[in-house]
Design a protein around this ligand. Structure first.
Ligand code: PMT
Length: 397
């Protein structure tokens, strides 16, 4: 979580500097304390005042600006930073950092810090793919910097190529992941499923349900931010991809089963958040079914029950989406599917279940008392579930 984390946001002089304003704003909205350091070149592109207004903190642009008597600016910034994020990072600043040059406030701060450093290179394609830049990026990676690869697309010059600043949501995700590297799930592998499976009727139609993927994505993000290596197996959703996790895209229950079996060969926990169809059409028509005179009858057969069928010595967490007899139905699934935990999800309660930002759940455990949680954000629900997974993993050592 970003709340109260001190993020030193370094901005160097690339045209994508204007996008750093959005990043600063979003970080502040998440509760982070953002301290902006700009190179002289960056100040030629965006006014420091923009960042001061967005962060509520003075913006440092000059090595020799008067600082409080007790503080040497670059050293105090370097010390207080929980993380330094350089967005955008130009070829020039990357080269300077790789060579250990400290000739301005940003490079001095970088050299003086023990905090983790994330950089998001953004520049013209030819500069990005130039072996000098790539060598310097490799050097920084080898020294422990986290480098977010530049995205492909339209560049300021009008040409198409690698060099675009990645989406701000991706940069936020990587910052959160880097901050959480030493969390309670560090070194653990977690597999999460999300979304509603799609069972094809013909090439253009399918049977599905109302899952938006939000609950599963929240679990994947929370596990990532607690240090886990996460595999997210997801159906198509309208959500932004989760940065920093291994994403496997599938559609049907059968495909999800195959992906889960493969991903759980080496895992510490499986969290099946996805709403998996219980039935699928017996056959899928090869061509689009034409409208006839009468109705259409579909024969449905059972899908594989992934949670019951997947084998291995990892912690198994299921969700039970219920509209009645919540606890007794969930309890039956807990024992019937051989789970360690089941999250009983009242999908008929207001603000809970499919598509909502919040959820109302009771966590039932194979061993231990049920936890009836109030309505809370899906991220908060995810954290509560992971608290339990983390405890079980500690007990397994
Ligand atoms: O995606 P959102 O819009 O955020 O909504 C979240 C959610 C409501 C989908 C989620 O919180 C939830 O309740 N997920 C479980 C939905 C579900 O399929 O419940 P179930 O009671 O039918 O299945 C019980 C468990 O068995 C689930 O963990 C399910 O993933 C698993 N299952 C079900 C069928 C099947 N063939 N194989 C399975 O493994």
């Amino acid at each position: 979580m970003l709340k109260n984390k001190v993020i030193v946001l370094g901005i160097s002089g690339g045209i994508a500097a204007y996008k750093a304003a959005d990043l600063a704003s979003k970080l502040v909205q998440c509760g982070a304390v953002v301290k902006v350091v700009m190179t002289w070149e960056a100040t030629q592109l965006v006014q420091p005042l923009t960042f001061q207004a967005l962060t509520g903190n003075p913006v440092v642009t000059d090595m020799f600006e008067p600082a409080p008597l007790s503080a040497i600016t670059h050293v105090s910034l370097a010390d207080e930073a929980d993380i330094i994020a350089i967005v955008p990072a130009t070829a020039n600043i990357i080269s300077k950092m790789a060579a250990g040059i400290a000739d301005d406030i940003l490079t001095c701060t970088v050299l003086a810090t023990k905090a983790p450093i994330v950089i998001a290179p953004a520049m013209h394609n030819n500069m990005y793919i130039n072996p000098v830049t790539q060598d310097n990026i490799s050097k920084l990676k080898a020294r422990g910097f986290t480098v977010i690869p530049a995205a492909h697309g339209r560049l300021a010059s009008g040409s198409i190529g690698y060099g675009r600043l990645p989406e701000i949501t991706e940069i936020m995700g990587i910052i959160q992941q880097t901050l959480g590297k030493k969390g309670d799930l560090a070194g653990k592998r977690i597999v999460v499923t999300a979304g509603g499976t799609q069972e094809a009727i013909d090439p253009v139609r399918y049977i599905t349900n109302n899952s938006s993927g939000k609950m599963g994505y929240a679990v994947a993000e929370a596990a990532r931010d607690r240090g886990a290596t996460v595999t997210l197996i997801t159906t198509p959703t309208g959500l932004s991809p989760v940065a920093g996790v291994d994403v496997i895209n599938i559609r049907s229950a059968q495909q999800m089963k195959e992906a889960v079996v493969k991903a759980t060969v080496k895992t510490d926990a499986l969290l099946m958040v996805a709403a998996v169809a219980d039935y699928m059409p017996k056959t899928t028509a090869a061509q689009k079914i034409k409208k006839g005179a009468g109705g259409l009858t579909l024969e449905l057969v059972k899908t594989p029950d992934i949670l019951s069928e997947v084998k291995g010595k990892f912690i198994k967490v299921g969700f039970a989406a219920e509209t009645q007899d919540l606890i007794s139905n969930a309890q039956k699934k807990l024992t019937g599917k051989g789970l360690d935990i089941i999250v009983a999800n009242d999908v008929s309660a207001k603000g809970s279940g499919f598509g909502s930002e919040t959820n109302k759940v009771t966590i039932l455990k194979k061993d231990g008392k049920p936890e009836d949680l109030p309505l809370m954000s899906k991220r908060e629900v995810a954290e509560k579930i992971l608290d339990n997974v983390s405890k079980l993993l500690k007990g397994k050592k």
